[in-house]
Design a protein around this ligand. Structure first.
Ligand SMILES: *[C@@H]1O[C@H](CO)[C@@H](O)[C@H](O)[C@H]1NC(C)=O
Ligand SMILES: *[C@@H]1O[C@H](CO)[C@@H](O)[C@H](O)[C@H]1NC(C)=O
Ligand SMILES: [Zn+2]
Length: 258
């Protein structure tokens, strides 16, 4: 009997949290993000990821927030995800997913560099990453970068290297005014709690009331599933389960990199 109660409570908690997410996505919640207290300014945002599908698996709340507010979102994907020899297919899937996420194809760039190939245990040169990212932000007049934090959500070394590459650029010789935000990695329990994580995410964002931590709620959760489904070569049962259970489908907590 007890376990029926537990399951019923968990189910209720899930539904209540999902309602909270849907409610929050309809009110202007993260006003300060992208605005700095001033009037509306259209930002040129570069999302820097390691593999095709990172954008759909982890960053859709952020992408949906930015595109719905009229910001210009561009994606730089630093590999074509060729670990299984499917690189060319995955590159096309990235373009299709971006169409689902309302990002025009010409604003999506993939890099296929011999020293930056997809794989566990493949170390990516941080200076090389910084150089490639710098070229991109200069040619596209980028004023904001969003990327992984130093754990990279799943702990994949390519994600971590991308983070270090961006930091190297930020703390290096860069002369331009650039804002960098990282996607906060959460522990396993929070990561797979789906919409339930909204309570903790909101709490953390509120603690940092000076605006250095922002919780962005997904305004179009369905769009995240549609985007992920474009990655046909990756769209297997355990990824479907991941996208449903992952809190990253429902919200993103971003932290400003100082
Ligand atoms: C890393 O990349 C930089 C810039 O392309 C290059 O000068 C340097 O030699 C590389 N380092 C290693 C260890 O390959
Ligand atoms: C913002 O608040 C957090 C926590 O209260 C603090 O760690 C951080 O240094 C603050 N940042 C700025 C820029 O004041
Ligand atoms: Zn990845």
């Amino acid at each position: 009997m007890a376990w029926v109660l537990v399951i019923a409570s968990l189910f209720s908690l899930w539904i209540i949290s999902l309602c909270k997410v849907l409610l929050l996505s309809r009110i202007p919640f993260a006003k300060r993000f992208t605005q700095n207290g001033r009037a509306f300014r259209k930002r040129n945002v570069l999302l820097v990821i390691a593999h095709p599908d990172d954008e759909s698996m982890f960053f859709t709340p952020t992408i949906n927030f930015l595109t719905s507010k009229g910001h210009n979102v561009q994606i730089l994907c630093l590999s074509i995800g060729d670990a299984d020899g499917k690189g060319n297919i995955r590159k096309q899937e990235l373009f299709q997913a971006c169409v689902a996420l309302k990002i025009p194809m010409q604003q999506v760039k993939t890099v296929n560099h011999p020293d930056l190939q997809d794989g566990f245990g493949k170390v990516w040169n941080h200076s090389l990453l910084a150089k490639i990212i710098e070229e991109e932000i200069t040619s596209r007049c980028i004023d904001m970068i969003i990327t992984f934090d130093n754990y990279g959500v799943s702990g994949h070394c390519n994600h971590c290297d991308v983070h270090h590459g961006v930091c190297k650029l930020l703390h290096g010789t860069l002369q331009r005014d650039l804002e960098v935000w990282e996607l906060v990695s959460t522990n396993l329990l929070r990561k797979y709690s789906g919409p339930v994580d909204i309570w903790l995410s909101m709490f953390w964002a509120m603690l940092n009331s000076n605006g250095t931590m922002q919780c962005l709620v997904n305004e179009h959760s369905r769009r995240s599933f549609i985007a992920m489904a474009q990655h046909s070569s990756q769209w297997v049962w355990f990824r479907k389960l991941f996208v449903t259970l992952s809190s990253y489908t429902y919200m993103n907590t971003l932290k400003k990199v100082q």
